[in-house]
Write a protein that binds this ligand. Structure first.
Ligand code: R5P
Length: 327
């Protein structure tokens, strides 16, 4: 992937009509993207009334603009989702020409099917809401399931954080002895893709979840003895999957275990659990704004997807290929 700093301002295509708007979910990522693009954030207030209703006011002209709203639908998920919807509505009513919802972390993605009778498919509902609010396209990172793109009838670019992870892995680990590991059977495609990029073998943790919210490791498929294992996943939430997988790999003779995970949801006591675990290191991306606890955790490090998102935004504006970022 050829991402060089600040390509956007120098293109000669000009920046007229290009707007970046920030929701409240991930201000540091938004500012890093704006810096990459060499473009100031559009003046916009997203605030609360006394009863916590959300009020949005775009404070400059956006008529005819190509507008990009950057908003992860992370905790508090429903507030951030409403902010996104209301910002889309404000832009649409202000006659923006095109609205792209840049959703680095797409919440509700795990509810992509009916787990039982009389249950919703909330990922589809959310896709409908975003579209109805006025988004013309969506840009996101490592969707939990690729087929969620099909829940939208507008273009969805699903970017991969793998190239950023590969660069970091090459800088920090000895590739001769690594083994990429999927922490569950559902993540094999994602882990295999990363293993291929670094030419490493693949192992799989065959996990069985006995009760909702708990995970139990059953089996390791592959010989991990003496290996530096890299667990790869899209989401770390409670940290159960990750910590249990790390335990199981070490019990099977792995030399050490690191993890590369795109979205640090990290609910409840996840950070404490990971800090107390035998994980050598957890590397997250900044699709979700790191909390203070994440920033001081001794075995958690954050790498940025700002260059990736900045470049994808630039290419979307210039009507250039986004998929070629991953060639
Ligand atoms: C599941 O399908 C996801 O890819 C993650 O493995 C899961 O969300 C992790 O959850 P937790 O950290 O709560 O075990």
């Amino acid at each position: 992937m050829a991402i060089s700093a600040k390509t956007f301002g120098d293109t000669g295509t000009g920046m007229a009509g290009f707007k970046i708007l920030a929701g409240n979910s991930n201000r540091s990522l938004t500012e890093a993207i704006a810096a990459y693009l060499g473009q100031p954030l559009t003046r916009c207030q997203v605030r609360r009334f006394a009863d916590m209703e959300i009020f949005v006011e775009i404070q400059e002209n956006v008529r005819g603009a190509d507008a990009f709203i950057i908003q992860s639908t992370s905790f508090p998920t429903n507030d951030h989702m409403m902010e996104l919807l209301i910002m889309c509505d404000a832009l649409r009513r202000a006659s923006a020409k095109r609205i792209t919802a840049v959703i680095p972390y797409f919440g509700y993605a795990r509810q992509d099917r009916k787990p039982g009778p009389r249950t919703p498919i909330s990922a589809k509902l959310v896709a409908n809401l975003i579209t109805r609010a006025g988004a013309d396209r969506v840009l996101t990172v490592d969707l939990h399931a690729g087929q969620i793109q099909g829940f939208f009838d507008i273009p969805v670019d699903n970017l991969f954080s793998a190239p950023a992870m590969v660069g970091d892995i090459k800088a920090h680990l000895d590739l001769k002895n690594v083994m990429v590991v999927s922490p569950d059977v559902g993540g094999v495609v994602r882990a295999r893709a990363l293993a291929k990029r670094i030419d490493a073998p693949l192992a799989i943790v065959d996990k069985r979840r006995e009760r909702a919210g708990e995970s139990e490791v059953m089996n390791i498929i592959g010989d991990v003895e003496g290996k530096s294992c890299i667990l790869v996943d899209d989401i770390v939430d409670s940290g159960g999957t990750l910590c249990n997988a790390a335990e199981a790999l070490l019990a099977k003779g792995a030399r050490d275990v690191s993890a590369y995970i795109t979205h640090g949801v990290l609910s409840g006591g996840a950070v404490a659990r990971i800090s107390a675990s035998k994980l050598k290191e957890l590397v997250l991306t900044d699709t979700i704004e790191p909390t203070a606890a994440v920033r001081v955790a001794k075995n958690i490090r954050v790498i940025s997807v700002a260059p990736l998102l900045g470049e994808a935004i630039s290419r979307t504006f210039k009507e250039e290929s986004v998929s070629s970022l991953f060639d």
